[in-house]
Design a protein around this ligand. Structure first.
Ligand SMILES: Nc1ncnc2c1ncn2[C@@H]1O[C@H](COP(=O)(O)OP(=O)(O)OP(=O)(O)O)[C@@H](O)[C@H]1O
Length: 192
């Protein structure tokens, strides 16, 4: 097992994020997190990425984990070219250039690597966001609404990418409003 969440609760001043959540993520499994607007999906991801602390409850990481995160929206410096963004991030992670090329090809942005991010469409920006999440080794991938802004073709390709990552032994948790995508992609659906 890779992650165990016990009685996890986040109560904001104005209202409630999540209450008494129990969740276990198994190694090599894809879990989809669904639920209405305001159900607490993003709150859970913020607690798992340590952006926020729980009011009470625990997250047991069961040993060392490397987590790669795809937020629901990521602002890139607009003057940078896509290839430069990935080059900088790969440098921070001490990855070889071949890894930069590999992720850019995977998200279909290799040909567009010389373009400034400010000229990118929303879907292209989302795929660059996906690329940074796929960069380098990780034991757990957390993705917040990864289908946002993607067209039908790229939603299908995202499904393939997540399943390839699972085949490599990664544990994956993503949030979505697309029930069919959740059913077709995930091993397990957790509804908040
Ligand atoms: N920083 C905050 N301060 C106060 N309340 C917050 C804060 N962040 C979230 N909430 C509240 O916590 C609840 C859960 O919000 P959250 O964003 O986690 O929902 P969600 O399931 O991701 O929703 P959506 O499907 O709309 O993205 C909501 O009632 C929201 O108003």
């Amino acid at each position: 097992m890779r992650l165990k969440v016990d009685k996890l609760t986040k109560i904001y001043k104005g209202g409630q994020g999540i209450r008494d959540l129990e969740l276990q993520l198994q190694k090599g499994e894809i879990t989809a997190l669904t639920g209405a607007n305001g159900a607490g999906k993003s709150t859970l991801l913020r607690l798992l990425t340590n952006e926020e602390s729980p009011t009470y409850g625990t997250v047991d990481w069961c040993g060392d984990q490397t987590v790669n995160f795809m937020p629901d929206e990521l602002q890139f410096p607009p003057e940078l070219r896509a290839g430069e963004v990935i080059h900088l991030l790969a440098g921070l992670k001490k990855l070889p250039v071949s890894e930069e090329e590999r992720v850019l090809r995977r998200v279909g942005l290799y040909e567009a690597k010389g373009q400034k991010v400010s000229r990118f469409s929303k879907g292209m920006r989302q795929r660059l966001n996906l690329a940074q999440c796929l960069l380098g080794p990780a034991s757990l991938l957390l993705l917040d609404e990864p289908t946002n802004a993607l067209d039908v073709e790229w939603i299908a390709k995202l499904q393939g990418i997540l399943q390839e990552e699972r085949a490599l032994g990664k544990t994956i948790l993503f949030t979505t409003h697309l029930e069919r995508f959740a059913e077709e992609t995930a091993d397990r659906i957790v509804k908040l």
